[in-house]
Write a protein that binds this ligand. Structure first.
Ligand code: GLU
Length: 318
């Protein structure tokens, strides 16, 4: 059975419902929409709710995305609705020898990961090649503590190359990342690959904080027989101290900006200026101003956001 939807290719936006979207997230969503639409793709939405979720956040994120004029094809995919498909894929990977049980605690990993030759943050390989008798006793030890092993990907390659429309060909190490946590929950790195395929996504646009994970995700897609998507890792929004933008940085969400007297059109115009378009008051203005070639010249430098502080911010900027 193919894991890939056979429809026309799609771009996507896949937020985690952990809080309100800020202007940096909205900018990524707009770029994903523009990139998909101007390359003749469908555009799909997915809520990645398999990790931490803040109550009410999913609804507010979708409302804000609609408010800025974003539209998407088909229903929003809720990631937790796919647990069975995720677990089925894990069973397939186990069958083909691409999974091993890991009995390490976080502390074990921290200690072993400081060994030379382990790429920063990567799994040091402690449980990759244990004998079956050692595994049995490790399982018993964990069970006595009321814990179960995590499952990790056993990659067939140590590095992999992805193609990114902004960064070119990017080769990176492929880690033995967790695909199922010790509490039985499916991990993001597996779910993202399966759900993109399920939604027919062949253009993965997202923040460039995830660029380092793309080679491993793409190698997993390959093992699962999923065609390689094209990636577009766009720069993040940072505050004036160079730190990733967050709600505490001031008026950075739509409700905050409304409270300062901004309209949706003002917000779209602000985001437009960050991608070198002046005077675009709607997504349709933006899509008229930017074709595929223009999008590909997007600056790789982060967007430094100075949140407005007074009601006339929008007027003063214009
Ligand atoms: N859900 C992730 C986030 O909100 C994005 C994952 C992805 O786009 O692959 O940061």
């Amino acid at each position: 059975m193919s894991l890939v939807s056979s429809a026309v290719g799609a771009g996507r936006f896949a937020p985690s419902p952990t809080g309100d979207l800020h202007v940096g997230n909205l900018r990524t969503a707009i770029l994903a929409w523009l990139w998909a639409r101007c390359t003749g793709r469908r555009f799909v939405m997915r809520l990645e709710d398999i990790d931490r979720v803040r109550s009410g956040s999913a609804e507010r994120q979708l409302e804000d995305l609609q408010a800025i004029g974003l539209n998407w094809d088909g229903p929003v995919l809720i990631q937790t609705s796919r647990t069975k498909a995720h677990k089925d894929a894990i069973a397939v990977l186990m069958e083909s020898g691409h999974v091993f049980e890991c009995y390490c605690s976080r502390k074990d990993i921290r200690t072993a990961a400081s060994a030379p030759h382990t790429p920063y943050g990567h799994y040091p390989g402690t449980c990759a090649d244990l004998s079956e008798s050692v595994r049995r006793s490790k399982r018993r030890e964990l069970a006595a503590l009321g814990r179960a092993p995590a499952l990790r990907f056993r990659p067939p390659v140590s590095e992999w190359t992805v193609t990114d429309e902004l960064h070119g060909n990017v080769t990176g190490p492929v880690d033995s990342f967790v695909i199922q946590r010790s509490d039985g929950a499916v991990a993001y790195n597996l779910a993202v690959v399966l759900d993109d395929a399920f939604q027919g996504v062949d253009q993965v646009l997202r923040g460039d904080d995830l660029l380092a994970q793309a080679p491993a995700q793409s190698a997993l897609a390959h093992v699962l027989g999923i065609p390689q998507p094209t990636y577009v890792h766009v720069p993040l929004a940072l505050n004036s101290d160079g730190v990733r933008l967050a709600k505490r940085d001031g008026a950075v969400t739509l409700p905050d900006l409304y409270a300062l007297g901004w309209s949706v059109a003002d917000v779209v115009e602000w985001i437009g200026t960050s991608i070198s378009v002046r005077g675009a008051r709607s997504l349709s203005d933006l899509s008229q101003a930017l074709d595929y070639e223009a999008l590909r010249t997007l600056e790789l430098a982060p967007w430094i956001v100075e949140p407005p502080t007074d009601k006339n911010g929008a007027v003063q900027r214009a």
